[in-house]
Design a protein around this ligand. Structure first.
Ligand code: AMP
Length: 198
């Protein structure tokens, strides 16, 4: 099963990806997590990405496409994966198609978590408070001002990915304003429908 989760920051992609990991036994490939790890390890990629990430912008296509190319070639991704936070531009979506096509692989579904963007800032403030209360580090880019930049980047560069996949018939829209459990149930029913079609 090869899936993409798309939606603005704070839409719940990471939460739902964790559920899909447990259900299908395939890895979550989050470019955000991979970039944060690169920043923490101060690798050359991390050093380049840090400033852009802190400002809520997008890291270059070249860097993220390279990261994903390497990651999907790893053994644990052979039977499938969940892409979370990638592709984030049309160029990334096209690069992914090429990568998969070169290996005769196909995507099974693209799940868009559609949300009311006016509610997202509140969600992100809560995410930061929950992390703090749990003694976990708070993401620097979960600051409300930076979050607005991330949302702008989504609307400017990433939203076009949705019609791109709609044209290919791969897109399913999920109401991301439901409770976490109901979003999970909606995703499960879309994926079950796919199984039945096969
Ligand atoms: P996320 O955890 O998915 O919200 O990503 C955190 C930050 O990492 C984003 O705000 C971007 O700066 C960067 N990032 C993650 N994925 C990508 C991507 N596919 N393309 C460009 N930048 C990305």
């Amino acid at each position: 099963m090869r899936l993409i989760l798309v939606g603005p920051p704070g839409a719940g992609k990471g939460t739902q990806a964790a559920h899909l990991v447990a259900k299908y036994g395939i890895p979550q490939l989050s470019t955000g997590d991979m970039l944060r790890a690169a920043v923490a390890a101060q690798t050359p990629v991390g050093l380049k990405a840090k400033e852009v990430m802190d400002a809520g912008g997008l890291v270059s296509d070249e860097i993220v496409v390279g990261i994903i190319r390497d990651r999907i070639a790893e053994d644990d991704a052979k039977k499938g994966f969940i892409l979370d936070g990638f592709p984030r531009t049309l160029a990334q979506a096209e690069a992914l198609d090429q990568m998969l096509g070169a290996n005769s692989l196909k995507l099974n579904a693209v799940l868009e978590l559609r949300v009311d963007q006016t509610k997202l800032v509140d969600r992100i403030i809560k995410r930061a408070e929950d992390a703090k209360a749990a003694g976990q580090p708070v993401r620097k880019d979960d600051d409300p001002e930076v979050f607005k930049q991330r949302l702008e980047a989504y609307n400017r560069d990433t939203a076009v990915v949705v019609p791109y996949y709609e044209k290919t018939g791969l897109l399913s829209v999920i109401d991301g304003m439901q409770s976490i459990e109901d979003v999970t149930a909606s995703i499960d029913s879309v994926l079950q429908g796919l199984d039945e079609k096969v």
